[in-house]
Design a protein around this ligand. Structure first.
Ligand SMILES: Nc1ncnc2c1ncn2[C@@H]1O[C@H](COP(=O)(O)OP(=O)(O)OP(=O)(O)O)[C@@H](O)[C@H]1O
Length: 361
């Protein structure tokens, strides 16, 4: 469906010497709805992306993430609503004139071209002369640590190297906007982490307005200035990574971004208001022996329970604790001198009342 190869092309007349001179690269979705027959892929999607921002669209499979990106790229047309780039509607602008660098999960490099030729292609399409292209490609190869790989074919590169070429190709034409569609999805875990910091560094350096689509929460939390959480075609919450994790507004977001203890029976002293539920993150709960009195006890709520399970996960210790009919998850950083509890131990849990979050059901 997507012609990845034309993704970052723009007419020569549109070329700028440097991305910093570009007009506002701000993106605005205005009440965009996309229907596929009877399926609503995206409903009333409104969002403003600031210049230079790294924004991630995060959500489960089928929530509309790719649809939003494809509409912005011009590969799909909205059923209603509008998209603006630098304050102008792009409804009538075809994808190849939208001046966006695009990276797909499957790399989408030209398989019959060398790495150099892959990087030269967008420059050639903009009418840049050969000597300038050469210098630019050299600089970019150096930048993405692929100086010695210019003459290789994509099939002769590892997954991580191919992905670096794809990133380099999306960046080389100095488009003010970078679109990343599950860019690290095909890489194994270690490589993914390495590429995450590479992408972060490139973002700092090039300052492109970047929109990334992923279903990987950790990736979203690591990379983004802001995250849009999608659910069934709608925006559930837009916020900074820290705010989304610390102050989710709904049970869906709390569960989607990390582990959440919903305090239904243990409750929340005074009771949660109607239609709201009380939630606390596992690392906000302290575990201690029955005899000990928690520091700051007057600000804390305490309950007793017994340990059902204890597991080590590297620097963390994780407990499953039964409190009445509920099992709460507690996560603590392993530290010297800390008591370690075993299954069956009677213990107390406590948390600061201010760490409880009230969420929509
Ligand atoms: N070309 C199409 N024809 C019909 N339905 C489609 C089409 N493209 C997407 N959809 C539907 O629209 C909804 C949103 O799809 P979309 O690909 O945007 O989700 P997503 O969040 O990107 O999912 P994933 O993470 O699995 O890629 C889904 O229900 C999907 O089945």
């Amino acid at each position: 469906m997507v012609n990845a190869h034309t993704g970052n092309l723009a007419p020569a007349s549109a070329e700028r010497a440097c991305a910093d001179e570009s007009p506002l690269a701000q993106i605005e979705f205005r009440k965009v709805t996309k229907m596929y027959g009877g399926v609503v892929a995206l409903r009333d999607f409104s969002l403003t992306v600031r210049k230079g921002e790294f924004l991630t669209i995060l959500g489960p499979s089928g929530s509309g993430k790719t649809t939003a990106l494809m509409i912005l790229a011009g590969f799909e047309a909205p059923s209603s609503g509008d998209v603006l780039i630098a304050q102008n509607s792009v409804a009538a602008v075809p994808s190849f004139r939208r001046d966006q660098g695009i990276v797909f999960q499957s790399y989408a490099l030209f398989p019959h071209m060398t790495v150099r030729q892959n990087l030269e292609f967008p420059l050639e399409m903009r009418g840049m002369k050969a000597s300038d292209r050469l210098a630019k490609v050299d600089r970019m190869l150096e930048r993405v640590h692929l100086k010695d790989f210019g003459l290789r074919m994509p099939s002769q590169l590892s997954g991580g190297q191919q992905q670096r070429v794809a990133l380099a190709r999306a960046l080389i034409a100095d488009s003010p906007i970078l679109l990343l569609d599950e860019p690290l999805g095909a890489l194994d875990r270690n490589l993914r982490e390495q590429m995450q910091s590479e992408i972060k560094q490139l973002h700092r350096e090039f300052g492109k307005t970047t929109i990334c689509v992923t279903h990987d929460q950790e990736e979203a939390l690591t990379l983004s200035d802001r995250i849009v959480v999608m659910r069934a075609g709608r925006i559930e919450q837009v916020d900074t990574p820290e705010a989304l994790y610390d102050r989710p507004t709904s049970r869906f977001v709390a569960n989607f971004l990390g582990e959440a203890n919903i305090l239904s029976q243990v409750g929340f002293e005074g009771g949660a208001p109607a239609g709201k539920i009380a939630m606390i993150r596992p690392e906000r709960i302290a575990i201690s022996s029955l005899a000990s009195r928690p520091v700051d006890a007057e600000n804390r709520q305490s309950v007793t329970g017994h340990v059902e399970e204890m597991t080590y996960a590297g620097p963390l210790r994780k407990y499953h604790v039964r409190v009445r009919d509920e099992v709460l998850v507690v996560r603590e950083h392993v530290a010297a001198g800390q008591p370690v509890f075993q299954p069956g131990d009677q213990i107390q849990l406590s948390w600061l009342r201010s760490d409880i979050r009230l969420l929509a059901e």
